[in-house]
Design a protein around this ligand. Sequence first.
Ligand SMILES: Nc1ncnc2c1ncn2[C@@H]1O[C@H](COP(=O)(O)OP(=O)(O)OP(=O)(O)O)[C@@H](O)[C@H]1O
Length: 280
Amino acid sequence: MSAPSSDSPSSLDVRGCSKSFSGSGRDTIRALLGANLTVRPGELVAILGSNGAGKSTLMNVVAGGLVPDEGSVWVAGRDVTRWPSWRRARHLWTIRQDPEVNVMGRLTLEENLALAQAFTGRRRPLGRLLTRERRERGRAALAGLGMGLEDRLSSLGAELSGGQRQAVAVAMASVAAPTVLLVDEHAAALDPRSGRIVIAATGRLVVENRLACLMITHNLDQAVELADRVVIMHQGSIAADLRNPGRALTAGDLLARFEEATGGDVPDVVKLATDGAGRR
Ligand SMILES: Nc1ncnc2c1ncn2[C@@H]1O[C@H](COP(=O)(O)OP(=O)(O)OP(=O)(O)O)[C@@H](O)[C@H]1O
């Protein structure tokens, strides 16, 4: 497969990726089927789909947890298909659903933020973790959240609420400054207010740092509010790739397109998480 052209402005190119697993007995589960996806700097692409549609498999192929059977993954013009996750870490940051995975409970907030910088920075994470520069950058990122967390730099991660911890995870992504940001339902388990704060901070992070972002969500309201594009997956394929210029799509439109693309296979979690569907 040829490299993307050198003037390609994309940060992430998923090119014809397929992945199968062996199921029970002789079954083969075709989890991803020839997925093609290009994400540009500053572009947020929401990934929707029913259970088993292939969303996590796609995310894992990009993150390096899985090597595709066919196809390739390119980050900032480099073929990273066979790079293990640790080698991609400098270019790629993931925010997961579980706050305890994102922010280490036994480290302070400033240590968590310094670790994020050590992971993706030019210098290797040897020597002193908490440099003055990293402290200052971490403090500024927390201040940007507008939650007063910059006054709690010495608090342990474990002392924060789930919503605060997810907000810190967004701040960690901002100081890590990757090329590609992967977000896996990071607001799904939060109360509505915390969810709104975390979603708004994610939108700012992507635009201000010009990250290429893939975000798995079941929430159609969040998808239309935040995403430049919405990709709907069904049975391992990208069934629809919808543009959302000026945030013109409504949750109701999206629900209709979801039903159309999946033959009505819309999970209850999507309908339940989407209180605004059809009302805008
Ligand atoms: N390691 C694995 N071994 C076997 N089958 C797998 C494995 N990982 C995923 N699958 C199967 O591949 C298909 C796609 O799974 P995937 O986790 O990508 O879906 P998803 O869209 O993320 O679903 P969900 O919303 O339920 O998390 C499913 O049928 C799943 O059972």
